[in-house]
Ligand binder design. Structure first.
Ligand SMILES: [Mg+2]
Length: 117
């Protein structure tokens, strides 16, 4: 079973994403902040990470940088309510940048695209 980490400081998003992704047949871990996310990445073999950008203490962009430094082949999807971070050079290392929407079809399609067989 493919294992996905959802890192978002909003509990409602963590719940929504994990329910939807579990329905798709994935195993889902969650993190409420960047440090927890990095800790989980270090301790678990993951297939993909979905990362919120705006989180307290450590931004998703910094988390992305640290993940890619150690795990360059682990696909990371950034998910933000804002599109403006797309201009930020730090986001370019991600596989995809998704703008949050109540419709999760784009997110689920991106997950499928980036999971390796
Ligand atoms: Mg947030």
């Amino acid at each position: 079973m493919k294992k996905i980490l959802v890192a978002d400081d909003e509990m409602s998003i963590r719940l929504l994403y994990s329910e939807e992704l579990k329905d798709e047949g994935y195993e889902v871990l969650t993190a409420a902040d960047g440090r927890e996310a990095l800790d989980i990445v270090e301790k678990n073999p993951l297939d993909l990470v979905i990362l919120d950008i705006k989180m307290p203490e450590m931004s998703g962009i910094e988390v992305l940088r640290q993940i890619k430094e150690k795990n360059p082949n682990l696909p990371v999807l950034l998910s933000s309510a804002y599109s403006e971070y797309k201009q930020d050079f730090g986001t370019w290392a991600s596989e995809e940048y998704l703008v949050k929407s109540s419709d999760l079809e784009d997110l689920k399609a991106a997950v499928k695209r980036h999971l390796q067989d």
